[in-house]
Each structure stands twice: as C-alpha cells, then as structure tokens.
Ligand binder design. Structure first.
Ligand SMILES: CC(C)(COP(=O)(O)OP(=O)(O)OC[C@H]1O[C@@H](n2cnc3c(N)ncnc32)[C@H](O)[C@@H]1OP(=O)(O)O)[C@@H](O)C(=O)NCCC(=O)NCCS
Length: 181
C-alpha cells in the first residue's frame, strides 16, 4: 500500500531510502529535539532511519513515517507519523518534527489536521493522542487548534534533561472531529 495525500500547502508521502539526510538532520538537531529527547548521534539516527523503512500496516509496532513537502518550494521540511497504540480500540499516537527554519509558519497545525483526518478516514482509527512535553507550547497549541482535548496528566511520564516530567495527554475522537469531510 502506498501512502500519499495533500493539504493546501503541503504534501505527504511515505519515507524512502533517499530521505536519510533529512531524517538525520531532524533527529540530531538540538532545537528540533528540545522537547522530545536528547539529540541523537548521527550513527543512532541512521540506525533508527533504517528501522523506519519497513513496510507499514496498522498492525505494525513501528510508526508510519511520512515526509512533509512544502508544495510551493518542493522542499522536504519535516516528518510526521502515526503509530498504533491499541489495535482493539483503534487508538494511535501522532507526532511530527519540522526543520527549525519551517517552525511557526502554520505548517504544524496544517499537518496535524490533515494527518488526523487521514488517520480517521483512511487508516480507520477511532482515537488519536498526542502526548507533548509540558513546556512545548507550540505543540500544545497545534493540538488545541486541531480539536484535541486535554484528557489527563500522565505522571512522571517522560525523562529528559536528568529529570521526570508529567505529560499533558491530549486526545481527539473520530466522533468529535469537525473536519472529516
Ligand atoms: C511543535 C511543532 C510541530 C509545531 O509546528 P509549527 O509549524 O511551528 O506550528 P504552527 O506554526 O502551526 O503553530 C504554532 C502555534 O504555537 C504558538 N507558539 C509557538 N511557540 C510558542 C511559545 N513558546 N509559547 C506560546 N505559543 C507558542 C504559535 O504562535 C502558533 O500559534 P498561532 O497559530 O495561534 O499563532 C514544530 O515547532 C516542531 O517541529 N518542533 C520541534 C519538534 C517537536 O517538538 N515536535 C512535537 C513533538 S510532540
């Protein structure tokens, strides 16, 4: 199965071999990784990249990685994805990373709404979650703007910079998604 879709300014396609440089740039960048984890070494990022190239289906335990391309420039600017958390209750987690020069252009919100619609309509999920780092204000904002609701605090759920952090758990149900059409 091939995965491809578009929004107003962006297109989304499955990760392929030639995306290695983009992938490594993203996951080794201290700004991009600020609220996710310690930036990866190039070797670890390259190893992780290889693992992401496996064929994907909803039963996969790895993420469906989609490269985000800015249509106007034809530049690849980030990667987003969805990973199944429960097959039985059709739950998945969504995430995305953009190169720093493409932050705060509205692309995060555009990506999350389009990816959520695709995940509900084409991949068959019923509930999506995005667990942001508590001080990742941009991430929380794009979830709120895409209709995600704060559901709970996951206590000491992340370990970053030498300490545990609570995670505000935001979710969106298919029933309440207002942009499925
Ligand atoms: C988080 C991320 C995906 C957001 O994407 P983006 O394209 O920058 O987001 P948008 O431009 O659509 O929207 C960001 C919103 O947050 C707001 N924002 C950004 N930084 C903020 C801050 N420090 N405090 C408060 N609001 C902030 C912006 O003003 C904007 O709100 P607005 O549309 O009402 O003006 C992007 O910044 C990124 O890739 N970050 C690094 C990786 C990452 O943290 N991924 C998320 C992991 S959960």
């Amino acid at each position: 199965m091939s995965f491809f879709f578009k929004s107003a300014s962006l297109s989304f396609r499955q990760l392929k071999n030639s995306d290695k440089e983009l992938y490594i740039s993203l996951y080794t960048d201290p700004i991009v990784m600020q609220y996710i984890a310690e930036p990866l070494s190039k070797t670890t990022a390259a190893r992780m990249f290889e693992a992401q190239l496996k064929p994907w289906g909803v039963k996969s335990t790895h993420m469906l990685n989609l490269v985000i391309t800015e249509i106007s420039s034809d530049l690849d600017i980030g990667v987003c994805g969805v990973v199944t958390r429960s097959l039985l209750s059709k739950q998945a987690e969504v995430g995305m990373v953009f190169l720093p020069e493409f932050h705060s252009k509205g692309y995060g919100t555009e990506t999350l709404t389009r990816l959520s619609k695709y995940a509900f309509k084409e991949l068959g999920y019923n509930k999506l979650s995005g667990p942001p780092f508590p001080s990742n204000k941009a991430s929380i904002k794009i979830m709120q703007k895409s209709g995600y609701k704060f559901e709970a605090t996951l206590r000491q759920n992340q370990f970053l910079n030498g300490k545990y952090h609570d995670t505000p758990f935001y979710t969106l149900l298919k029933d309440e998604c207002t942009y499925l059409d």
